[in-house]
Structure formats: structure tokens, C-alpha cells
Ligand binder design. Sequence first.
Ligand code: ATP
Ligand code: MG
Length: 366
Amino acid sequence: MTQLALSGLDLLATAVILVDEKDVLRHMNPAAENLLELSSSHTVGQSLTDIFADHELLAGAVRYARQNNCSFSEHDLAIAVSGRSRIHLTCTVTPIDASSAFEMNCCLVEFRKIEQQLRIAREERVHDQSVANRELMRNLAHEIKNPLGGIRGAAQLLDRELETPALHEYTQVIMKETDRLHALMSRLLSPHRIPRPTSLNIHEVLERVRSVLLAEFHKEIHIKRDYDVSLPMLYGDSEQLIQATLNVARNAAQALAEAQTEGACITLKTRAARQVTLARKRFRHAIEVCITDNGPGIPAEMSERVFYPLVSGRDAGSGLGLTIAQNFVSQHNGTITFESAPGKTCFTLLLPVSKPPQADNSAVPA
Ligand SMILES: Nc1ncnc2c1ncn2[C@@H]1O[C@H](COP(=O)(O)OP(=O)(O)OP(=O)(O)O)[C@@H](O)[C@H]1O
Ligand SMILES: [Mg+2]
């Protein structure tokens, strides 16, 4: 086997092993060592039967791929390695012949943890749901907003014509409520302006959020910063990202203030993330932003629905902050998730670091 081809496998983030015609393990890359908790120096040269206690499904998949000379995937493979607890994996076996870079007839077996697949499936579902929500909200908001102008105008005319002063109270209610609905619908429609992406520093976004919160909540809340200053620039719409992070951080500040939490603290943290799959695309680099508070947490009965429009746990809340934040983040191909328990709530935004589109240099002479 050529060393070059094997070192190529070692660079992969996917767990990969090579099995020869006699079901003997010929190579195990570092990602597979990690996933299977095995050392390649101890296992290379041994047969699958000796390495894996439940080897039937795996050996069957290898046999099928070899006999039919085609790729074969086994979707739920439970493997117990040398007496340890079972892990659930999907595996894809691809037969390779001697004319390949590996210079031998063998099978390449890729393993993926099922949780990782479930996470990707869940994110895809959330992404689809958020696209559908966005469309529904936009259509609904348009339909509601249009007649509001007419209703308000008619109430205003009526107000002028009314001779009994006590009746003005009713026309005032109509006008005030239509204004409130109008403002709500404008907020619902706000995520639909076309993004204006530029190259930006995520810490400038967070500093803006920090100064707005400090102005709003004065000394009630301490805001800690834990920034990774080596992060690359992002390509995105800074107004949208400020709005998204502000909506999340403001919720944290409001929850802390409402609960009068002692030692109320919000932490803004940034980190680099590598090789992430977001919105069905794979990105080499992403930026992780965590907004954590030590407040009362999100009530369990609400946690499945917090990103839905008009879901609010506050008397004065309109329930749009997180919907808008999710819309903005997904327009950046990112994801927003949270974990919450009394005393610690953490919202995590994952934003891919994508390059700006290449400038078109093929200038056409005037
Ligand atoms: N960090 C948090 N701690 C506790 N509860 C939270 C937190 N973040 C969100 N929530 C809950 O989730 C609900 C939904 O938040 P969202 O921002 O969508 O709407 P809102 O804050 O009620 O209204 P709006 O932001 O539109 O003014 C909040 O009302 C609150 O009950
Ligand atoms: Mg809010």
C-alpha cells in the first residue's frame, strides 16, 4: 500500500478503516482511533472478528460490498469494542481494487456516529421549518397590514364627525390598536429586507450589543467578555447580526432583571469552530458565539416553541425577538440553538466564515 494514499486518509475528519480480502484490518486513521477508542498499532493486522465483538453486521456489509462490487451502507450498526459499551454508527463500505492508489484489493469503511447524523437531520428540519415560517409570516403580515391603513383612516374620519364626546374613547381605541398592530406587522416584515453583506468583525457586533445593554440596564447586570481575538473576519450584514445577538442578549437581561437575580451576569463568548455542516453545506471554518446568563432559565413547557413567532413568556413581550434572530442567522447560513436550566441559559450562534463573492475583474472596455 502506498504511504501517500494512507497519509491522505489520516487527514480526514471522518473515521475510516481499510480491510483486506481476508477481513484483516490494514489501516485505521486517527479519526477512527478516536471514535472507536482503539489504537491502530494494536489492531492493524488483526481480523474484524478479533477486534469487534459484534462483527456480523459489519462483516456482512463488507462481504456484500465486495461481492456486488458496489458501495453499501449499514444504517444502524451497534458496535461493542473489547467489552466497552456499544456505540451506534452508520457505516459505508466501498470496495477498492488493486489499480487504485492503495495498490491492493480492499474495502474502505467509513463510520459516522448516529448522533451526528441526527443533529444534522434536526438542523435541516429546523432550517426548512424556519424558511416555511418566514414565508407564512411575510404573507400573513402583508395581508393584515394592508387593510389596517383603511381601518385607521375610517376611524379618524369618524372621530372628527362624532358629536358625543364620550364616543371618542371608542374611536381612540380603534386607532391605538391599529397602530399597535401596524407596528407589530412592520416588525414581522423587517427580516425581509435584502441583506447588505460586508466584511465584519464579530467582536464589533458584540461590543455594540454590550453598549446598548449597558445603557438599558445600567448597573443591574454585569457583562463579561470572553473573546477569541484571533478569529477571522465574517462576511455578513452587520445590522442583521447586531439585531440577532441583541434580541438574544436582551432576553437574557430581561429575564435577569425580572427575576432580580443576585450577581446577575451575561457572558459574551466567541470561539472558532472547524468542519461544521450548516444548512446542508459543509464549512471549514465557523465562528461560535455563546450568550450565557445565570438567570431563571426558559420554562421547560416553552422550550420547544421559543423560536416560533408570537410565543412569549413576558407580559410586555411580543414573542418576535427570537423568531427574528433565527431568521437573520439562517440568512447567514448559520444556526442558533440553546440549552437552558435554572441558573444557566446559553444560546449558541454558529456562523460560517464564507468568503465574499469574487469581484468580477473581467472589465469590459467602454
Ligand atoms: N435567556 C432567557 N432566560 C429566560 N427566558 C428566556 C430567555 N430567552 C428567551 N426567554 C423566553 O422566551 C420568550 C420568547 O422570547 P422572544 O425574544 O422571542 O420574545 P419576547 O422577548 O417575549 O418579545 P420581544 O423580543 O418580541 O419583545 C421570552 O418571552 C422568554 O419567556
Ligand atoms: Mg425578546
